[in-house]
Design a protein around this ligand. Structure first.
Ligand code: NI
Length: 167
């Protein structure tokens, strides 16, 4: 399976809103497999299809240290949220930037799994943060959008400069 190219901020394609997956086909399963491989190779703990320029509602995650806890959520929806948690986040599309972001502490998520079955579960801590971060990508949102405009502008300028000097 190929390693996929990850889009980098401020690429406008990261702003695309992803489409619902009508049918969990072999093509969707192949996409998930490539996304897991790409995420582990990066290495990262989460990846949304948006980040590999596929605008479908699919995210993969694994917050374990030993790649033993993979999650694939198709058409994920937040059913309930509660509490507030601040934690430092990073993103494979915004390399080497880590900033504190405020999110819900506990969530209940509904999604389809790779067999096309409905799953619903509760998450808290790092898993809950990671799911919310990846779900933002499906809306065309990045964690930098949750920072002050001053910080976001500073980060955008840094990446634009890097892209100019590397091309
Ligand atoms: Ni991200």
């Amino acid at each position: 399976m190929p390693i996929l190219e990850i889009l980098h901020f401020p690429d406008p394609r990261l702003r695309t809103k992803a489409q619902t997956i009508a049918h969990v086909s072999d093509e969707v399963r192949a996409l998930a497999a490539s996304m897991f491989e790409t995420m582990y190779a990066a290495p990262g703990i989460g990846l949304a299809a948006t980040q590999v320029n596929v605008h479908k509602r699919l995210i993969v995650l694994d917050i374990s240290d030993d790649k033993q806890d993979p999650y694939c959520l198709i058409n994920p929806e937040l059913r309930e949220v509660s509490g507030v948690a601040n934690s430092e986040e990073g993103c494979l599309s915004v390399p080497d930037i880590f900033e504190e972001v405020t999110r819900s502490e506990r969530i209940r998520v509904r999604a389809l799994d790779l067999a096309g079955n409905k799953q619903e579960f509760e998450a808290s801590g790092r898993l809950a943060i990671c799911i919310q971060h990846e779900m933002d990508h499906l809306e065309g949102k990045l964690f930098v959008d949750r920072l002050s405009s001053l910080k976001r502008t500073r980060i955008r300028k840094k990446f634009e400069k890097q892209q100019r000097t590397s091309s």
